[in-house]
Ligand binder design. Structure first.
Ligand SMILES: Cc1cc2nc3c(=O)[nH]c(=O)nc-3n(C[C@H](O)[C@H](O)[C@H](O)COP(=O)(O)OP(=O)(O)OC[C@H]3O[C@@H](n4cnc5c(N)ncnc54)[C@H](O)[C@@H]3O)c2cc1C
Length: 464
């Protein structure tokens, strides 16, 4: 590298950071840009949420998105999302998948939980495989990795980016940088920020995977300190119901539509059959955390669960359910008021007036409870009668937050609507989701805009 070598620092080794570092390294062949990827975690733990994610991606096939992709994205955001962002995502997704595949990652069309949901693809081996493959490729392409290196501040001189201030081995140092890609996730593991945006329940929320705990909003804070614009829904997060007892990563329990859910008092509080699980899990998890006493709920089922084909696919907890011969015994195992639980089930069973032969776990089967039932049950309303009775205690666990930095279609961080020279961001750290997470899009957009960020950063450094 010559005297005019410029430095690009990528912060974060998840999907967005790896895509940025690798695409930048591929762009710079014959140009003088040095690329360093820093991650606050150790080498064994780096990779953030991506490392723990199955990484389903919302594509009809590896070479195309579904026809109404952009409209679906905008509908998920209740039309508060940026159409140009989602259009660029749709345009670049096939080429990005082909690029990842060119680094040895195979894509498959996976089975999902029980019901199908939108079409998706998955890297064989999920997040861990993709992190390993792209890290290897980035190293081969000359990217330098530094672990245990936590970004805390962007260093600025005379209005220009000159470095990243980091903590490493307990001391603070500045790493020189001419451009930075921030790819260090949302603020889900920052109790103060969670409290500020979601209230006290936000600070105590379970984190869905071991990788989630590293995402403490540092990059968001660093960019906001430079005057970056905020974007996305600051009261939005993606959360899912998990087994309260489980210790494994993402121990989701997604069979709740096929029974009922009660709170600690033994009463139902939502329509368990309002839609397919990926349409109800986020609100459900948030309602458990923020609206139920003790922030816990119980999915109550009977032994007919065990007759549903492949029901295990919808349970990722390593702990078996509570099991009892009577509802009263089950209530006592759970510490739930037994009279209320029995009354709830009697009322629910009486409202199950449809033909149980039409029960179909793989789609919204239209088997609704009688209209008199409050709250309603819109699908899968089959009486709970066949012992043993089963129960899972559930809590809401956060995967990532939606509030973040405003970026344009070139992954440039905006300030007063204009790009901040040398500053890029991609992935969870950017604020493009509102109201509810579009299903299977978080990893895809991290790769697509990470790759764009790397290319754009090198182009800017080569020009300036
Ligand atoms: C269990 C689970 C299942 C999921 N399933 C899916 C799915 O199927 N499909 C989908 O689209 N999405 C899914 N998601 C969400 C998706 O995985 C993430 O939103 C996405 O991978 C985020 O990528 P990222 O690069 O933005 O952040 P991450 O992958 O979280 O990477 C961020 C990195 O930044 C590092 N970091 C943080 N702060 C600093 C700092 N100050 N300095 C240096 N480094 C820092 C972290 O250590 C981490 O390595 C899932 C998430 C989880 C946890």
């Amino acid at each position: 590298m010559g005297a005019n070598t410029r430095d690009l620092i990528v912060v974060g080794q998840g999907a967005a950071g790896l895509a940025a570092a690798l695409s930048a390294a591929e762009e710079v062949r014959r140009r003088s840009v040095r690329i360093t990827l820093i991650d606050k975690a150790s080498e064994e733990e780096a990779g953030g949420n991506t490392r723990w994610s199955p990484s389903y991606m919302r594509m009809a096939a590896p070479d195309r998105v579904e026809d109404r992709f952009v409209q679906s994205m905008l509908a998920a955001t209740r039309h508060r999302g940026d159409e140009s962002y989602f259009s660029r995502l749709a345009e670049d997704a096939p080429a990005t998948i082909a690029w990842i595949a060119s680094h040895g990652v195979e894509f498959i069309q996976p089975t999902y939980y029980l019901a199908k949901g939108p079409a998706r693809i998955q890297p064989l081996g999920g997040g861990p495989t993709i992190v390993a493959a792209l890290s290897h490729a980035a190293r081969e392409a000359g990217v330098v990795f530094r672990y245990g290196c936590m970004a805390r501040e962007v260093a600025i001189r005379e209005g220009r980016i000159v470095g990243v201030v980091v903590t490493r081995d307990g001391s603070i140092e500045t790493i020189g940088a001419d451009a930075i890609v921030l790819a260090c996730g949302g603020f889900q593991a920052n109790a103060d920020m969670m409290r500020e945006h979601f209230g006290s329940g936000g600070a105590t929320m379970r984190l869905i995977s071991p990788g989630t705990r590293h995402n403490t909003g540092d990059g968001i804070r660093m960019a906001l300190a430079l005057g970056a614009d905020r974007a996305g829904d600051w009261n939005g997060m993606h959360a899912e119901p998990i087994d309260a007892r489980a210790q494994n990563s993402a121990p989701v329990v997604l069979v709740y539509p096929y029974g009922v859910v009660v709170d600690q008092t033994g009463r139902r509080f939502f329509d368990e059959g309002a839609g397919l699980v990926h349409e109800t899990w986020e609100k459900f998890a948030r309602d458990i955390q923020f609206k139920t006493p003790g922030s816990v709920a119980y999915a109550i089922l009977d032994s007919r669960l065990l007759e549903i084909a492949d029901y295990q696919r919808a349970i990722r907890s390593e702990v078996p359910p509570f099991r009892a011969g009577t509802l009263a015994e089950l209530a006592s195992l759970l510490g739930v008021d037994d009279k209320n639980l029995c009354d709830t089930i009697v009322t629910y069973n009486a409202a199950c007036v449809g033909d149980p032969a039409t029960f179909d776990a793989t789609c919204c089967d239209g088997l609704a409870a009688a209209k008199t039932l409050t709250p309603p049950k819109s699908n899968w309303a089959r009486a709970i009668t066949v012992p043993p009775f089963l129960a899972y205690p559930l809590v809401g666990a956060v995967a990532y937050t939606f509030g973040g930095l405003a970026t344009d279609t070139r992954a440039r961080v905006l300030r007063d609507g204009a790009p901040i020279p040398g500053l890029y961001a991609a992935g969870e750290i950017t604020g493009h989701f509102h109201y509810t997470a579009p299903n299977a899009v978080s990893v895809l957009r991290a790769f697509v805009f990470g790759r764009i960020a790397g290319q754009e950063a090198v182009a800017e450094l080569s020009a300036g």
